[in-house]
Write a protein that binds this ligand. Sequence first.
Ligand SMILES: *Cc1c(COP(=O)(O)O)cnc(C)c1O
Length: 233
Amino acid sequence: MGIAENIEKIRAEIDEAARRSGRTGGDILLVAASKMNGAEAVRAAVAAGVDACGENRVQEMLQKLSERAYDGAPLHFIGHLQRNKVKSVVGKVNLIQSADSPELIRLISAQAEKLGIVQDILIEVNIGGEENKTGMALQYLPEALDTAAESAGVRVRGLMTVPPISAESEKNRAFFAQMRELFVDIGRKKYNNNIIMDFLSMGMSADFRDAILEGANMVRIGSSIFGARDYTK
Ligand SMILES: *Cc1c(COP(=O)(O)O)cnc(C)c1O
């Protein structure tokens, strides 16, 4: 199947899960996770109406930006952002989904202030508490929020997570539910306008239905749109 057909099928599945959770497909943003796919494939996804494109690697993103692959869709950075790459990303993307430490938030903010902009970010949470996994441990979340509240160059728009890879769907539903609780709790707290809980980004090809059932309103889908990634290249 082609990219447009894949997206049509995914949209129908998103709509079904959304309806089961009292919403409609229109309430869920579909981000095409386009790592390892070239500009042509990205353009096809944009033409088929994805809500945004998400990239993991800075070099790859800059290459595709130079090819104008994302024209017509917002661009998100969804991969681990190294401190020395902050300058290459801030201001070039609409949303950094992977702000995963208080220090990174400070660096993003400083760079944004230099450019005279406010960078939208999501805070990435390591909800499974896995070692060697991106996202911040839960214990750092209060500090990250306080840092963001004081940082004029960033605006937190929500939370993102990649849960542990699990064979049992029930287990990941519990992680998704926990994220949803954090999302609601933080939204109720009285921070300043730097912290707005708009987006709960969770769910990938294998688990986006579960994520939506537990409250995700943004899903990041790669292989179901573009086909399996070829790691031999
Ligand atoms: C690759 C990636 C996705 C998409 O994964 P698929 O399983 O291919 O849908 C989503 N989020 C992040 C952060 C990714 O790196």
